[in-house]
Design a protein around this ligand. Structure first.
Ligand code: HEM
Length: 490
């Protein structure tokens, strides 16, 4: 006879279970009887264990940490977590690869997602960036096609570099980011050894109602470490996840120095580069990095699915003092992510502990799938008996009401704003790619050319010619090296 256990096994309704190894049958050989409700519950729940994986950035690793402000930012923003030197703010981070599914390798040549959720006392601010300061596109209408071209071949379900280059040959705006991806920086050795960037321009505004444009930079304190292709294929597929979990478990907490770039509104109007073009950096010589704090990751998740998989980051999760910029990619992302969350996790995803604000929150949204889960912090069960419409006569009794003092200063539209599809395909696609190329050492240039040649060799002659023309526009030596590397492989 087994002893009475310390923790009784129960079914989902909490009732103690007497037997969990043998189903109830009519006779030893069966069949099952229809009153096997515990078996049915187990099987039915098992069938529903999966939720859709993220359509991009499916494979990721999460951890909690702290952001500590080292410089008061009141001159630029009213954001509460950026006031008062030394102020700590709890956060959740998720790092990811982009193109692969959940069971792909951590070591793909691929950008890495760098997503942060700051649990500020005025709501959650999500910084949903990458490990690169720019992106492949400047217009969101191209995003689904771009991702299709980078993922697996729809017929064979195999990686297909020819399709990647076919897209890039037809989208020269990708050249800058593609050059970073194919460079020696293209495969981070771990999530701890890479930088993070908002890439987008966001806005800060201060108590005087002045707006500044800004970009986030997170500089790894572990130093940059990368892998070559031949090293990456030797790595265990879950190596980056293991590395982060192990480092935190042994209290070797990874950290990043947090910096911002700031641009005034007049500077933005007159600057030679469109400051809202996601394919461009703001040169540091013109807009120096300003150090504002430290980010440290110091707590592993207790449950991967509940926390990391169900984490929902949105580029539209802003707090007073930080908001969007005119970047059209950013506007599209503000629609796409919450839409993905409603599909992937559910309309009440923000009630889950990992996503819920840590500050009290009150609004008039109600019901929907899984509304009323006991929230970890903040509001009560589906906001309890509180009034569920606004305007009402009860704000003096504590019903939620807007707070006009957190209004963003108005933003003028400068110049003509005719509504049409503006053609940005032929913007300056090559200058910054060329500048980056010329910053590389001879060895780095050769690695870049070799990595490109490895994939480009599989593309059609027409795609190869158009890609070589793009490299030549950036720098004639860039084209010559890729041509030579292809000849060496052939
Ligand atoms: C129009 C452009 C883009 C679209 C439509 C788009 C769309 C998406 C979608 C639908 C997801 C999955 C969200 C989820 O299921 O939770 C996602 C994830 C992600 N995207 Fe984008 N994306 C775009 C551009 C970018 C850019 C420019 C960056 C970085 C600067 C970026 C960084 C990320 C990151 C880090 C994640 C994973 C977030 C997490 O860890 O949960 N994306 N994207």
């Amino acid at each position: 006879m087994s002893q009475h256990p310390k923790c009784p096994l129960t079914s989902a309704n909490g009732a103690p279970v007497a037997e969990d190894q043998n189903s109830i049958t009519a006779g030893e050989r069966g069949p099952l009887t229809f009153d096997n409700w515990r078996v049915f519950e187990k099987l039915a729940h098992f069938n529903r264990e999966r939720i859709p994986e993220r359509v991009v950035h499916a494979r990721g690793t999460g951890a909690y940490g702290t952001f500590t402000l080292s410089r008061d930012m009141g001159e630029y923003t009213i954001a509460s977590f950026l006031q008062g030197k030394g102020k700590p703010t709890e956060l959740f981070a998720r790092f990811s690869t982009v193109g692969g599914g959940q069971d792909s390798s951590d070591y793909a040549r691929d950008p890495r997602g760098f997503a942060l959720k700051f649990y500020t006392e005025k709501g959650n601010f999500d910084m949903v960036g990458n490990n690169t300061p720019v992106f492949f596109l400047r217009d969101p209408i191209k995003f689904p096609d771009f991702v299709h071209s980078q993922k697996k071949n729809p017929a064979t379900n195999l990686p297909d570099p020819a399709r990647m280059f076919e897209f890039w040959a037809n989208s020269p705006q990708s050249l800058h980011q593609m050059t970073i991806l194919m460079s020696d920086r293209g495969i981070p050795a771990s999530y701890r050894h890479m930088h993070g960037f908002s890439s987008h321009t966001l806005s800060f505004w201060n108590a005087r109602g002045e707006r500044h444009w800004m970009k986030w930079h997170f500089k790894t304190n572990q130093g940059i470490r990368t892998l070559r292709n031949e090293e990456a294929v030797q790595m265990p597929p879950f190596g980056a996840q293991q590395d982060l979990i192990d480092a935190i478990a042994r209290k070797d907490y990874p950290s990043w120095t947090v910096k911002v770039q700031i641009m005034t509104e007049p500077e933005a109007r007159n600057y030679a580069i469109n400051p809202f073009d996601l394919t461009k950096v703001w040169p540091h010589a013109d807009f120096p990095l300003i150090e504002i704090g430290q980010l440290e990751l110091n707590r592993n998740v207790a449950n991967y699915f509940a926390e990391t998989e169900q984490a929902t980051f949105s580029p539209g999760n802003f707090v007073p003092g930080i908001n969007a910029s005119p970047d059209k990619m950013l506007q599209a992302r503000m629609l796409a992510y919450p839409d993905a969350h409603r599909y992937r996790v559910g309309v009440n995803a923000s009630q889950l502990p990992v996503n819920s604000p840590r500050c009290p929150f009150h609004h008039y949204q109600r019901d929907g799938t899984m509304a009323g889960m006991p929230p970890a912090f903040g509001s009560d069960n589906n906001q309890g008996s509180g009034v569920n419409f606004y305007p009402n006569d009860r704000t003096t009794d504590g019903a939620p009401a807007p707070v006009p003092e957190v209004a963003e200063p108005p933003m003028p539209i400068l110049g003509k704003a005719w509504i049409k599809a503006y053609d940005t395909q032929q913007g300056d696609n090559f200058t910054q790619a060329g500048t980056l190329y010329r910053l590389m050492s001879d060895n780095q240039k050769n690695q870049l050319a070799g990595n490109i040649a490895d994939g480009l060799i599989h593309a059609t002659a027409s795609v190869q010619q158009r890609m070589l023309a793009q490299f030549g526009e950036a720098d004639p030596d860039y084209a010559a090296r890729v041509q030579q590397a292809m000849t060496d492989i052939a």
